[in-house]
Design a protein around this ligand. Structure first.
Ligand code: DQA
Length: 150
């Protein structure tokens, strides 16, 4: 089973940007955690980060027939992008929306998520561990739905 983890704008600045909200760990630390967890649960993972909306649409489209599920933190595009919502609907793969911070307790505009309508689950406010929780969720979902398929 294969999972795509897709990260949006400014997440490459983790550890530098607003540490009180996003913590002191870096983007490389996040990738290490994801790769280690993938090994532990026996799934294969590919991690992407882009600061551009169009590139994020391209990455989501490339998931079609290439993986079994998507973990996505669209970052600021969560709150603005119909294009990312449409791309997720187009590929029709189980997708989990992840936010490091608790978006519900922040500014009102962060309470709006365009992508949520195409996601099976949302995890917010759990720091980097939200990603591993999302991977566990997808692994369980896919292992029960496509048992035997690698
Ligand atoms: C974020 C929350 C978004 O509102 C923000 O624009 C981000 C990161 C998070 O992971 O908490 O860039 O998605």
């Amino acid at each position: 089973m294969k999972i795509f983890v897709i990260n949006g704008p400014n997440l490459n600045m983790l550890g530098i940007r607003e540490p009180s909200l996003y913590g002191k760990r870096s983007y490389d630390d996040l990738c290490s955690l994801i790769n280690k967890h993938a090994d532990e649960i026996g799934v294969s993972v590919e991690i992407f980060q882009t600061n551009s909306e169009g590139r994020m649409v391209d990455i989501i489209q490339s998931a079609y027939k290439s993986c079994d599920g998507i973990v996505i933190n669209p970052a600021a595009y969560t709150h603005t992008s119909v294009a990312i919502l449409d791309a997720l609907k187009a590929v029709d793969l189980p997708a989990v929306e992840v936010h490091i911070s608790d978006v519900e307790s922040r500014e009102d505009f962060r309470k709006i998520s365009y992508v949520r309508a195409a996601c099976v689950k949302t995890i917010a406010g759990k720091g980097f561990e939200g990603y591993t929780e999302a991977m566990d969720f997808l692994a369980e979902l896919c292992f029960s739905a496509c048992s035997g398929k690698k």
